[in-house]
Design a protein around this ligand. Structure first.
Ligand code: ATP
Ligand code: MG
Length: 279
């Protein structure tokens, strides 16, 4: 039994919200966020996280990424506390853990071409022995995500939504991380393009032995991507287990309601045997 890639134990993060603007009532209420979240993700597998809008999925993603610090509980990444890793600086963490978000525009420099943005990431992390080598690696990464080399010199706005999402996947993977957190990575794309990007992620997972946390409000997408599924409601995980089990036989009332809203059968593409070390 190997250690899980990711383990959250009793994690809480409640957002601070001013209750009132009146000075004599200016107490801080905590509402919205996540509470008592315990999940485990086996190395090389995908945990799908599903739940309705506002239930806390992105808050959980930001905790895993180290962008927020839990108010309670612990997060272990590859067998070591995340807090310890953050202490040594984010730069080292970036080599192990990366994120793909819904809106790739948000994190891209609109005035810099795609290729040079990838090269810059390699530069910042002292990767590659020469400018030429970094350029070659950036080109190879573009090709690996299904973009032709022509796109190297293109600006973000010159690409389609699907191509832009491929670029953000390239940027997330160019440092060869071991774990990828995807927060609604295809929600902004047309359905036909969604399938292409999802299948690309599946291929890359196999090629790079990636561990993934895959967040979506779309149960069909989660079913397609995940070995295990965790269902979140109002900041808490109400059910989790092997994807097939959770989808075929949801135990929690909320999961049943969530799945019943989807017409047809949700299919699971991933073998559960990889989960043995985590469940
Ligand atoms: N920075 C913040 N300050 C205060 N409250 C916040 C903040 N970010 C999120 N929240 C609240 O925390 C709750 C969870 O938000 P979160 O973004 O994690 O949900 P989500 O599941 O990702 O939703 P969606 O599916 O719409 O992306 C919501 O009630 C939200 O209003
Ligand atoms: Mg969100």
């Amino acid at each position: 039994m190997s250690a899980p890639a990711l383990r959250l134990d009793g994690v809480r993060y409640l957002h601070r919200q001013a209750k009132s603007l009146l000075p004599w009532r200016r107490s801080i209420a905590r509402s919205g966020g996540v509470e008592e979240v315990s999940i485990t993700v086996a190395s090389g597998t995908t945990l799908g996280l599903i739940g309705e809008s506002g239930c806390g999925k992105s808050t959980l993603a930001s905790l895993i990424m180290g962008d927020r610090v839990p108010q309670a509980g612990t997060i272990d990444l590859f067998g070591r506390p995340l807090a310890q890793r953050l202490g040594r600086g984010r730069k080292a963490l970036a080599r192990e853990l990366q994120m793909v978000a819904q809106d790739p525009f948000g994190s891209m420099d609109p005035r810099q071409a795609i290729g040079p943005q990838l090269v810059e990431t390699l530069d910042v992390h002292d990767e590659g022995s020469s400018a030429g080598e970094r350029r070659d690696r950036a080109l190879a990464m573009l090709v690996q995500v299904g973009l032709s080399e022509i796109n190297y010199a293109r600006l973000p706005h010159q690409l389609s939504g699907g191509q832009r999402q491929r670029v953000s996947i390239a940027r997330a993977l160019i440092l060869k991380p071991r774990m990828l957190v995807c927060d609604e990575p295809v929600s902004a794309l047309d359905v036909s393009v969604q399938a292409q990007v999802l299948n690309l992620l599946l291929d890359l997972q196999e090629q790079m032995n990636l561990t993934m946390v895959f967040i979506s409000h779309d149960i069909r997408v989660v079913g397609h991507m995940s070995h295990a599924i965790a269902v979140m409601q109002a900041g808490r995980i109400v059910e989790q287990g092997a994807a097939e089990t959770v989808l075929a036989n949801p135990r929690h009332e909320y999961s049943r309601t969530l799945f019943a809203a989807v017409p047809g059968r949700v299919t699971v593409a991933k073998p559960a045997r990889l989960l043995e070390s985590a469940l």
